[in-house]
Design a protein around this ligand. Structure first.
Ligand SMILES: [Zn+2]
Length: 214
């Protein structure tokens, strides 16, 4: 049984997630911690709950989702897993980090590239990898069908969708991804987005203004 812990980090109010099960093994998804207070907050949660970190996963390579990768990789000595189609976007972060006010950003290359459909194991739990491009070129979501968990990054938000004006963004691709990759999941699936509150597939099908017929 997976427990999802949410942190809200950095000036973009980005959601960082830790998923763990009864074995205490955990994965850290989209670590956006960027100052000492946020770094201490996530490490002390891991320490005080006696969690055993396995990997850092990222849904997509935008700066607000990866600000804490370098620190956590070194602090916890765990590998960084990046969706294969997203590697280029991820490796572009140093080219614009300073202009976003993060001159101290240190980049960490991926240790492993995740394929679409790949199963990611931790403890007695697993996550499946879905590719859903549009917000970025190789954006992935990590899902557990049995437990209704979808770590969705910036694909679908409560009442909204991801921006498409950043490099690799494309509106039609994003709408198609959501319809074909997310709206085909169980309606009870809980979406844990990269920003803002959780939602469900049922709720977004019924009320999201990008999909409800006017
Ligand atoms: Zn993003």
């Amino acid at each position: 049984m997976i427990t999802v812990k949410t942190f809200v980090f950095n000036p973009f109010s980005e959601n960082t997630y830790i998923l763990f099960d009864e074995t205490k093994e955990c994965v850290i998804i989209d670590p956006g911690c960027f100052d000492k207070k946020e770094e201490d907050e996530i490490v002390s949660f891991i320490t005080s709950n006696k969690l055993i970190p396995t990997y850092i996963l990222i849904t997509h390579g935008h700066i607000d989702h990866v600000l804490g990768v370098n620190y956590l990789k070194n602090e916890l000595n765990i590998p960084v897993w990046v969706p294969k189609e997203e590697e280029q976007t991820y490796n572009a972060v140093p080219s614009y980090s300073e202009s976003y006010g993060f001159g101290n950003y240190k980049h960490t290359p991926a240790d492993y590239l995740i394929n679409e459909g790949e199963k990611i194991l931790f403890g007695t739990s697993s996550l499946n990898t879905i590719y859903a491009p549009g917000h970025s070129a190789g954006h992935a979501a990590f899902i557990n069908i049995d437990e209704n968990i979808c770590i969705g990054g910036d694909i679908l938000f409560s009442g909204s969708i991801g921006r498409v004006d950043l490099p690799g963004g494309d509106y039609d691709t994003l709408i198609k991804s959501i319809k074909e990759k997310l709206f085909t999941l169980n309606e009870s699936m809980v979406v844990y987005p990269g920003h803002g509150p959780t939602t469900t597939i049922k709720q977004e099908k019924a009320t999201n203004p990008f999909f409800v017929d006017q």
